[in-house]
Ligand binder design. Structure first.
Ligand code: PLP
Length: 393
């Protein structure tokens, strides 16, 4: 069996169509898009096309899209650029389950004197809207809340949140790195002011991202230097990656509904079978409001890392916690915020699927996983092979 890749929330395969489109921009069309000559000018036109393609996926104007180097840069720009532009206000509201690309920036700003409120979530990873409403006040510069969680796939009601926050004349940013390309967006009809996305999460290349900035939103630039991106993000453009991102967005926009249906079928089949065949398994996160491609399952009383190693032997790639925190044995901050018991948080595995997965791969994983769980349970000093549940709530 070749590699079975169920780690698409960490990164995705670049679509062949995207790769093909990028090719000429390395050795043939290598001009600088800012140059006056025709050779560079033709490259500038390709960036314009890519901006249209990204705007097509987001349902916004192309002038509202800034290219960046990644989702992290988009998040950093949105947060730092807003608090700088909205001088005088000193409060930032976010959640405890954000990606480090948001949380770390907010915590750094807190060290510099800003008041940062990190809203908690319930056991299923849901936000309390009333608590958010209470926190938004005249001192609030920014509310930044993710669209969909990278670890559990839980989707927040971002449109409702954006409407409430902006009605109080506070800027609203959402990290949509996991949502873009998986959830249909129409920003022209939304109250979102700023939205981050990343190329490598939607079958585009690594090293490119985009930030949507609603027309009229005040934002200080993060990167200073040349006049690229209309003075909003300095630095010579990563042309092949931008062209690739554009094509990836075009493909996502065209196929989003059909792919979601197919991917959801595969995810549900995998999840249902693992819950049935592996005692002590439970899903983490709100099953009714989740990305179609993600399932986060805890296998109680065994180590997630041990499961990953055994899956790896069979060529199956998954993740324990988020990609950015794997390598550390600390239970994920997202599962901790949800109050998932320690014994379950430690044994959590995220399977994240994509359009390239097949039913055969799902069946293969369903065949291998119960044996892995039973073997690790036998080795566990806590339970042994007699474990049949129940799982802690
Ligand atoms: N935000 C979320 C929700 C993510 O999942 C990630 C990456 O895992 C990022 C931000 C960072 O994106 P990038 O890897 O493009 O910097």
């Amino acid at each position: 069996m070749k590699t079975v890749y169920f780690d698409n929330n960490a990164t995705t395969k670049v679509a062949e169509e995207v790769y093909e489109q990028m090719g000429p921009f390395f050795c043939e069309l290598y001009g600088n898009p800012s140059s006056m000559h025709t050779f560079g000018g033709q490259v500038g036109r390709k960036i314009r096309d890519a901006r249209e393609q990204v705007a097509g996926l987001l349902g916004c104007e192309s002038g509202e899209v800034i290219f960046t180097s990644c989702g992290t840069e988009s998040d950093n720009t949105a947060i730092r650029g807003t608090v700088d532009a909205v001088a005088g206000r000193r409060k930032i509201i976010t959640t405890r389950v954000e990606h480090p690309a948001v949380l770390t920036v907010c915590r750094e700003l807190e060290n510099k004197g800003f008041t940062v409120v990190e809203l908690g979530v319930d056991g299923q990873g849901r936000l309390d809207m009333a608590q958010l409403e209470e926190e938004v006040d005249d001192d609030t510069a920014l509310v930044t809340i993710m669209y969909a969680n990278n670890e559990t796939g839980v989707v927040f009601d971002i449109e409702r949140i954006a409407e409430m926050v902006t009605s109080r004349e506070v800027v609203f940013h959402t990290d949509a790195v996991q949502a873009a390309g998986k959830i249909p967006l129409n920003l022209s009809k939304s109250n979102i002011d700023l939205l981050s996305l990343s190329g490598h999460k939607l079958h585009g290349p690594k090293g490119v991202g985009a930030l949507y900035v609603r027309r009229g939103t005040r934002l200080s630039p993060f990167m200073l230097g040349g006049h690229q991106e209309s003075g909003r993000r300095a630095g010579t453009e990563n042309v092949p990656a931008i062209v690739g991102l554009g094509r990836a967005c075009e493909l996502a926009a065209k196929n989003i509904e059909e792919e979601n249906k197919r991917v959801k079928y595969l995810r549900d089949k995998l999840e249902g079978a693992l819950l049935e065949k592996c005692p002590g398994a439970r899903v983490n996160g709100d099953k009714d409001n989740r990305l179609a491609n993600t399932t986060n399952i805890s296998f109680e009383y065994i180590e997630g890392e041990a499961i990953l190693l055994m899956l790896d032997k069979y060529g199956i790639c998954a993740s324990s916690g988020s990609a950015c925190t794997s390598g550390s044995l600390e239970p994920s901050h997202v599962l901790r915020a949800m109050g998932v018991p320690f014994t379950a948080a430690h044994g959590s595995i995220r399977f994240s699927l994509s359009r390239y997965n097949t039913e055969k791969e799902v069946d293969y994983t369903i065949e291998k996983m119960p044996g892995i769980v039973n073997k690790l349970r036998e080795l566990s000093p806590f339970v042994g092979s007699h474990f049949t549940g129940p799982v802690s709530k």
